[in-house]
Ligand binder design. Structure first.
Ligand SMILES: Nc1nc2c(ncn2[C@@H]2O[C@H](COP(=O)(O)OP(=O)(O)O)[C@@H](O)[C@H]2O)c(=O)[nH]1
Ligand SMILES: [Mg+2]
Length: 461
């Protein structure tokens, strides 16, 4: 939520409106009506208590246990050290510090550059892997050229189409007989990459192992990705139709790669089997989860957003990160609201809200362009898709009763203590709950569409 000047303050809130507002509140909050009100989550309650100006010492004590329930299993935007900083500032009611720390963390998370190096011989599936990470099909404009034999020794950057701070680097192969890993890493400017992915579609070579050792020595992470396992399965099934067992074939590939890499000197290599044509199958989801666990905290937000919606678990993870961001933004605005003359709350502006919804749709692959691709995949019209989803209708979301109900509930808490509520604060709660509604609905729809797509794929197989 962007900040804008706070136009009204509690002290100058017009008496007339205060009386009217209290009457409306009393009616709305009568026990009969109250029963139907949706419950606030503990995080919503935290924001509400914060704005009321409750005991900050107590809020500081509650902060970390509350925060851990908010984030996904791979963690959140805030590292343990920064959690301590925030908690300390809260405890001493240093609200400007609270706002500054949150601002710093959000800026770092949103602007963190991510540079991924992809290395492998020509033909192993590097370009296909990069396209897959970009979420682009081969035919799409801006996608990487697949099936082109490399003739240069240059590295090629591919900027992610949705997230400009993410660059996927196609690095030249390591296939020369007198390969010198040290010189190679110097040539490709190893320091700029967050991690290296070494790709092979058959055996990993001695050069790959030498490279891995050198990458480790310079303190960077590497992962081995064995592509085209769909081909191996297909060939094996064709050649041994009666004894074919999918898991056994995959285990054999994994064991072979492990034995081969250990033999050429890579201790405990991390190997992921993938098919660039079928990312939700095989080890691609585990690869992404592993990368997330090992990335520095401030880079996780960027990485999570770029992940395609391959499974319920990934959609859940994206939802958790985005909800955390909304919550931190709200906490920052709340902290600033205590500081005189500080701009803190946005007005409720419908076009602005629609833009926000569009952004969340884009994060979950439900933007106009992606929905068009889905309609083609499912052989459905846009109207049919809209009949079982909710997030494609902005007005339906804005007019949702639960947002007004939750806003009233927070307003009640504030009014009980202060006797009235500035209109800017009312709008703040409305925007906060609306954004949470956007995320939950878009994520639910992403799940529904994922399942429909998987169903239609399995029927077509
Ligand atoms: N079956 C299968 N084919 C793949 C896979 N990845 C790439 N390919 C095909 O392998 C060929 C070479 O792929 P490309 O991405 O251009 O490899 P690069 O030279 O390493 O960039 C192309 O025909 C791709 O369609 C995969 O996982 N499975
Ligand atoms: Mg290529």
């Amino acid at each position: 939520m962007k900040t804008a000047a706070r136009s009204t303050c509690p002290h100058v809130f017009c008496n007339f409106y205060r009386v009217i507002f209290s009457i409306v509140l009393r009616v709305l909050l009568s026990p009969e009506v109250h029963e139907y009100f949706p419950q606030l989550t503990s995080m919503d309650q935290f924001i509400s208590d914060f704005l009321v100006g409750k005991n900050f010492q107590q809020l500081a004590t509650n902060f970390v246990p509350h925060y851990t329930t908010l984030v996904s299993k791979v963690g959140g935007i805030i590292s343990p050290e920064n959690l301590d900083r925030l908690q300390a500032a809260l405890k001493e009611a240093k609200l400007k510090d609270v706002a500054d720390i949150i601002e710093e963390l959000l800026m770092a998370a949103e602007n963190a550059p991510l540079d991924v190096a992809v290395i492998g011989e020509s033909g192993t599936g590097k370009s296909s892997f990069i396209s897959a990470l970009q979420g682009l099909s081969y035919e799409e404009e801006g996608s990487v050229s697949v099936g082109i034999v490399e003739t240069t020794m240059k590295k090629t950057p591919y900027q992610h189409p949705k997230y400009p701070n993410v660059t996927l680097w196609d690095l030249p192969g390591t296939g020369t007989p007198n390969f010198r890993p040290h010189e190679y890493l110097e040539m490709v400017e190893f320091a700029i990459y967050d991690f290296f992915i070494i790709i092979s579609s058959s055996w990993f070579s001695l050069n790959d192992a030498l490279l891995a050792k050198n990458i480790k020595e310079i303190g960077k992470k590497f992962y081995f990705v064995r592509t085209k396992v769909d081909n191996d399965l297909y060939n094996e099934e064709k050649s041994k139709p009666t004894s074919f067992k999918r898991e056994r074939v995959l285990q054999r590939i994994r064991d072979n790669c492990l034995a081969n890499l250990s033999h050429i000197g890579v201790p405990e290599p991390c190997i992921f089997l993938v098919s660039n044509f079928d990312l939700d199958d095989f080890d691609f989801p585990i690869l992404e989860e592993t990368l997330l666990k090992e990335l520095p905290v401030h880079k996780c937000y960027t990485f999570v957003l770029l992940l395609p919606n391959l499974s319920d678990a990934f959609i859940k993870m994206k939802r958790a990160f985005l909800k955390e961001k909304i919550w931190l933004d709200a906490l920052k605005s709340s902290a600033l609201s205590f500081i005189p003359f500080m701009a803190c709350f946005n007005g409720f502006d419908l076009p602005q809200q629609e833009k926000c919804l569009n952004l969340y749709q884009s994060h979950f692959g439900l933007d106009e362009k992606s929905v068009k691709v889905i309609t083609e995949k499912l052989s459905m019209s846009l109207e049919e898709i809209k009949s079982f989803t909710k997030s494609l209708n902005f007005w339906l979301l804005v007019q949702d009763d639960s947002i007004a109900d939750k806003t009233m509930k927070c307003a009640e808490c504030y009014c009980l203590v202060h006797g009235g509520l500035p209109s800017t604060l009312f709008q703040f709660f409305k925007i906060y709950f609306l954004h949470l509604k956007f995320i939950n609905t878009v994520a639910d729809d992403a799940k529904i569409l994922l399942h429909k797509t998987l169903e239609s794929l399995s029927l077509g197989r």
